[in-house]
Design a protein around this ligand. Structure first.
Ligand code: NAG
Ligand code: NAG
Ligand code: NAG
Ligand code: NAG
Length: 417
C-alpha cells in the first residue's frame, strides 16, 4: 500500500518534470522560430535610428577630419550698425565659410533693406552664395533671453542652409578679427572638430544673488516694440536639477554641439533654455550650463572665448572700447578676435594694414584671391582653389594660443569645473 502510494507519487513527479521540460523546450523553439525575423527587424530599426541618438554621442569624442575646416559666422547688429557690420563681414570673408548677418528690429527698415541689397549686389557674395541676410529680423533685448534666441535662430538657419561647416562663431558688428581667415582655418585644421571654445566656470559668485535668484521678463518675447527687461518681485532658488555655469558670451561651438542644442533630441537644452528665459544676461550662461551638464559634451570644452576683451577691474557691464593704445596687448593676446570697437575707430585701420593686409576692396587677401593687376575684380580673376590656404604670422599667433590651451597641465581640471 505504502510502496504503491510512493510509486504513484514518483509517476506523477516524473510526468510533471517531463511535461515541464517539454513545454520549456516548446517555448524556446517557438521564441526562436517566430521572433528571429522580428529580432532582425529590431536590429535594423535601431541601426537606422542611431545617428540621431547614441551614435552621435559616441561620435562626439572622435570627430576628426583631414580637410580644411569651415566656419559658420553670425554677425549681428542693431540700429546704426549697418556700416560696421559690412566692414566686419568683409574682413572675415572667406569663400569656404558661411555667413549669416542680422540687423535687429531696432534698426530701421531702410537700414535693413540696405544691408540686404548690399549682400545681394556684392559680386563676390552673389557668385559664391555663402552670405545670407536674416530677413525676418528679431527684436533683441539687451541682456534678455532674446539675445540667445537670436543666436539659436541663426544657428538653425546655418544648419539648414549652410552646408557642411565645423564651427559656429557668434560675433557682433563691434567685433573685429585679428588674424586672416587663411590663418584661422589653418590654425584650427589640426585640432579635433568636436572641441568647443567656451569660457566658463561653475563659480557663479555674486551672480547667484544678482542673476540666478531674480526673475526677469523680456518683452522682446511677445511685444512688437522694444522695451527693457523688467523684474518680478518673487525670487527663485538656484536650480537643483543641474548646475549653473557662467562665462563669456563669445564662443566657438562645434557642429555636434550646435546640433544637440537645435535639434533637441535630448530635453536638457530645451529645459535650460526655458529656465534662462527669466535670467538676466542669459548669453553668459545658457550654452555654458547646457554643455557642462551634458555628459557627452563636457569633455569637449576648451576654457577660452578666443576674444581679446578689455574689462575694467572689477568688471562693469560693458568692456572698454579698444583704442590704439590697446593695439600691442591685442596682438600679444594671440586671440583671433577682439571687441569692442567704436565705429570706424582708427585702430581698425591699423589692424587692416598691419595684421590683415586688407586690399582696396576691403577684403582680406588669402590663397583664394590675390590681385594681379590693381583694377582687377574677383570676377575677372575667378576664384582660385579655396581649399588651399596661405597662413601668415596670424596663424602662428593663434597656434601658440591653441597649443598653450590644449597642452596646459590643468586642461582637464578646467573643463566644467
Ligand atoms: C551673440 O552675439 C550677440 C551680439 O549680437 C551678443 O550680444 C550675444 O551675447 C552673443 N552670445 C550668445 C551666446 O548669444
Ligand atoms: C570625460 O572625462 C572624464 C575624466 O577624464 C571621464 O571619466 C569620463 O568618462 C569622460 N566622459 C566621456 C563621455 O568621455
Ligand atoms: C583703375 O580704376 C581707376 C578708378 O577706379 C581708373 O581711374 C583707372 O583708369 C583704372 N585703371 C585701369 C588700368 O583700368
Ligand atoms: C585644390 O587643392 C586641393 C589640395 O591641394 C586638391 O586636392 C584639389 O584637387 C584642388 N582642387 C582643384 C579644383 O584644383
Amino acid at each position: 500500500m505504502d510502496s504503491n502510494k510512493s510509486q504513484k507519487k514518483k509517476k506523477w513527479f516524473v510526468s510533471l518534470v517531463f511535461s515541464l521540460v517539454l513545454s520549456t523546450l516548446l517555448i524556446f523553439v517557438s521564441i526562436f522560430v517566430s521572433s528571429s525575423s522580428s529580432f532582425r527587424f529590431y536590429r535594423i530599426r535601431v541601426k537606422k535610428d542611431v545617428p540621431h541618438f547614441v551614435e552621435s554621442k559616441l561620435r562626439v569624442s572622435s570627430r576628426q577630419d583631414s580637410s580644411v575646416p569651415r566656419i559658420a559666422y553670425l554677425i549681428s547688429g542693431s540700429m546704426g550698425d549697418g556700416e560696421s557690420l559690412k566692414r566686419t563681414l568683409k574682413a572675415l570673408y572667406h569663400p569656404r565659410n558661411q555667413y549669416a548677418v542680422h540687423l535687429d528690429l531696432e534698426a530701421s527698415t531702410q537700414e535693413r533693406l540696405e544691408l540686404a541689397n548690399y549682400v545681394k549686389n556684392e559680386p563676390l557674395f552673389a557668385q559664391l552664395g555663402n552670405v545670407r541676410v536674416i530677413v525676418k529680423a528679431n527684436l533683441v533685448t539687451y541682456r534678455g533671453p532674446t539675445m540667445v534666441t537670436n543666436t539659436l535662430h541663426a544657428a538653425a538657419i546655418l544648419l539648414k542652409e549652410g552646408g557642411d561647416w565645423d564651427w559656429f562663431v557668434n560675433l557682433s558688428a563691434s567685433d573685429y578679427p585679428l588674424v586672416t581667415q587663411d590663418d584661422l582655418l589653418h590654425a584650427v585644421s589640426t585640432i579635433p572638430r568636436h572641441f568647443n571654445f567656451i569660457e566658463h566656470t561653475s563659480d557663479i559668485g555674486w551672480k547667484e544673488y544678482h542673476r540666478a535668484k531674480p526673475i526677469i521678463i523680456d518683452p522682446g518675447l511677445y511685444s512688437l516694440h522694444k522695451s527693457d527687461v523688467f523684474w518680478v518681485t518673487e525670487k527663485r532658488n538656484v536650480p537643483s536639477a543641474y548646475t549653473l555655469f557662467t562665462g563669456s558670451a563669445w564662443m566657438m561651438l562645434s557642429r555636434p554641439f550646435v546640433e544637440y542644442c537645435i535639434w533637441g533630441w535630448d530635453n536638457l537644452p530645451r529645459n535650460v533654455l526655458m529656465y534662462y528665459a527669466n535670467f538676466l544676461s542669459s548669453p553668459e550662461g545658457y550654452f555654458h550650463t547646457v554643455i557642462c551638464n551634458a555628459e557627452e559634451f563636457r569633455n569637449t570644452t576648451v576654457n577660452h572665448d578666443l576674444h581679446f576683451i578689455s574689462w575694467d577691474n572689477p568688471p562693469k557691464q560693458h568692456p572698454h572700447f579698444l583704442k590704439d593704445k590697446d593695439y600691442s596687448r591685442m596682438v600679444d593676446s594671440n586671440a583671433p578676435f577682439a571687441r569692442k570697437f567704436g565705429r570706424n575707430d582708427p585702430v581698425l585701420d591699423k589692424i587692416d594694414t598691419e595684421l590683415l593686409g586688407l586690399n582696396a576692396d576691403g577684403y582680406v587677401p588669402g590663397r583664394w584671391f590675390s590681385r594681379v593687376k590693381p583694377n582687377m575684380t574677383f570676377l575677372d580673376l575667378g576664384i582660385k582653389n579655396i581649399t588651399q590656404l596661405r597662413p601668415g604670422p596670424g596663424a602662428k599667433r593663434l597656434k601658440t594660443l591653441i597649443n598653450s590651451l590644449l597642452s596646459a597641465k590643468d586642461f582637464k581640471e578646467n573643463q566644467c569645473a
